[in-house]
Design a binder for this molecule. Structure first.
Ligand code: SF4
Length: 196
């Protein structure tokens, strides 16, 4: 499943065509989780694939209305975090979860991306972005499985609360961690080193 995410983001890094979901840098998470569903769960069910995509899109819309899907405004929690939440909601719907479990899955996925900074080395959407998509996809599947095994009535954190927290965190975050490459990894890994 990580390979699916890597493939999409290598395509993006090599100037190929991808679908923003919700952005180019995070474009691998939703396709990876959807392909996981197709390859390992119920790939012949077109209606469920459609439900996955519609649910993921709606989850992304809720984040856009309540916070942001822009790394320049909120750091990577707004990109990988939101894409992971979108994928978690979509997968939960496709696997037969209730609407509230889908929202719970989105909440769980975002809860564990809160505060994630954006510090791409050299301003290129490669490091940490490409691998970060694999992590977003893994968290989406875990969040979905947790939600599917849970009762939303007992959840301590709602999706609304985590979106508000994400937005508060975004506003508190230094500009250095908002796609400027003036902090974090971008300051510690020179672009000319072999690691890049
Ligand atoms: S580190 Fe920045 S550019 Fe890279 S995926 Fe995250 S938000 Fe996008």
């Amino acid at each position: 499943m990580s390979c699916f995410a890597l493939a999409v983001n290598e395509e993006n890094a090599s100037f190929g065509r991808v679908v923003t979901a919700p952005t180019n840098g995070a474009a691998g998470v939703i396709p990876a989780v959807l392909h996981y569903f197709v390859a390992f769960c119920d790939g012949d069910n077109e209606e469920k694939i459609l439900q996955f995509m519609l649910t993921a899109a709606e989850a992304g819309s809720i984040f856009k209305k309540g916070a942001t899907i822009s790394a320049a405004m909120g750091g990577c929690q707004a990109e990988i975090g939101v894409s992971s939440a979108m994928a978690a909601a979509g997968l939960t719907e496709a696997l037969g979860g209730s609407q509230r479990q889908a929202l719970m899955a989105a909440e769980i996925a975002m809860e564990h991306h809160l505060g994630l900074t954006c510090d791409p080395i050299g301003g290129l959407v490669q490091i940490p972005c490409i691998e970060r998509n694999t992590m977003g996809a893994i968290k989406a599947i875990t969040a979905s499985q947790l939600a599917l095994q849970s009762t939303p009535d007992f959840a301590k954190v709602s999706l609304d609360t985590v979106i508000k927290t994400m937005w508060d965190t975004a506003r508190d975050m230094s500009f250095k961690y908002k796609e400027t490459s003036e902090g974090g990894l971008a300051m510690h890994i020179p672009i000319s080193l072999p690691e890049c």
